[in-house]
Design a protein around this ligand. Structure first.
Ligand SMILES: [Zn+2]
Ligand SMILES: [Zn+2]
Length: 242
C-alpha cells in the first residue's frame, strides 16, 4: 500500500491542509485546495474511486465540490464514486453545490453516479474496491468525527485518526494498524486536537508501530521518539503487507 500526503498542516500554516491518498485511488479528506495540490503532484484525479471524510470542518471537506467538478463536469466517470463519511454527508454536498454552483449538482451527480455511505457516531464497516474499511468514533468538536482503518487485499493495515483528542478510538486504531497517521496539531491537547505529548504516549505504548504526525501546527517540529515521522506535503510512505 502506498500512502501519499497531499497535505500535512493545520489551518493557519503554510502547509496544505491535511489529507492523504492511498494507492492513487482512495482519498482521505478533501480540504481546501486539495484538488489543486493533487493536480500539481501529477496525479490523475479521475483515478480516485473511494473518498473518505473524517468530519465536516472546511479544512477537511470543502474541496469535495471540486472533486465532483473534476470527475463530473466535462468528462463523465464511468464507475460510481464511493463516498464514506458521517451522517448527513449527501445532504451537505447538495447544500455546498446550492451555495457555490446552483444547478450544477444534477449534472455532476449524473456523471459521477456517487454512492454515499454514511455512518453515525458509533462508526461502521464497508468493503469494496479492494479495501476493507472500518470507521471508528473519534472525539473532536463536531457531533460526529470518524477515524478510519483501511486494510488492502495484501493485508497492509493503515490507520488514520482525522481530528481528535486522545480517546479509546485512537488506541483501537493503534492496536489494528501497522502504520498510523495521527492528528498532532499542538504541543499539548487543545481545541479538540491531540498534542505531541499524546502522540508520544501512543509511540511509547506501541513501540513497533510506525506513527506519522499530520495536521501539524507550526509549534510542532519533531520528536525524540524514533517511531514518529513528520512528513512534508507530497511525501510518500509504504505501508507493508502482512
Ligand atoms: Zn476539525
Ligand atoms: Zn482540521
Amino acid at each position: 500500500m502506498e500512502l501519499t500526503f497531499i497535505g500535512t498542516g493545520s489551518i493557519l500554516t503554510a502547509r496544505m491542509s491535511a489529507s492523504a491518498l492511498v494507492d492513487g485511488k482512495l482519498l482521505i479528506d478533501t480540504p481546501n485546495g486539495a484538488m489543486k495540490a493533487i493536480r500539481r503532484a501529477g496525479i490523475d484525479l479521475m483515478g480516485i474511486d473511494v473518498c473518505l471524510i473524517t468530519h465536516f470542518h472546511a479544512d477537511h471537506f470543502f474541496d469535495i465540490v471540486f472533486l465532483f467538478l473534476e470527475q463530473g463536469l466535462f468528462a463523465p466517470k464511468e464507475r460510481g464514486l464511493v463516498l464514506i463519511g458521517p451522517t448527513g454527508f449527501e445532504e451537505r454536498v447538495k447544500q455546498l453545490f446550492e451555495l457555490s454552483y446552483p444547478g450544477t449538482w444534477e449534472t455532476v451527480s449524473r456523471n459521477t453516479s456517487p454512492r454515499f455511505i454514511e455512518f453515525g457516531e458509533e462508526g461502521g464497516e464497508w468493503s469494496g474496491n479492494g479495501y476493507r474499511i472500518r470507521a471508528l468514533p473519534m472525539k473532536h468538536t463536531t457531533p460526529i468525527a470518524l477515524g478510519y482503518s483501511i486494510v488492502d487485499e495484501a493485508g497492509a493495515r493503515l490507520g488514520y485518526t482525522g481530528d481528535t483528542v486522545h480517546c479509546p478510538g485512537v488506541e483501537e486504531l493503534a492496536s489494528s494498524s501497522s502504520v498510523l497517521v495521527l492528528d498532532t496539531s499542538f504541543p499539548h491537547e487543545k481545541a479538540g486536537h491531540m498534542g505531541l505529548d499524546d502522540v508520544e504516549g501512543v509511540a511509547s505504548r506501541w513501540p513497533d508501530l510506525q506513527l506519522i504526525a499530520t495536521h501539524l501546527g507550526d509549534e510542532v517540529t519533531g520528536s525524540s521518539k524514533p517511531n514518529i515521522a513528520f512528513p512534508s506535503d507530497g511525501q510518500t510512505f509504504q505501508v507493508p503487507a502482512a
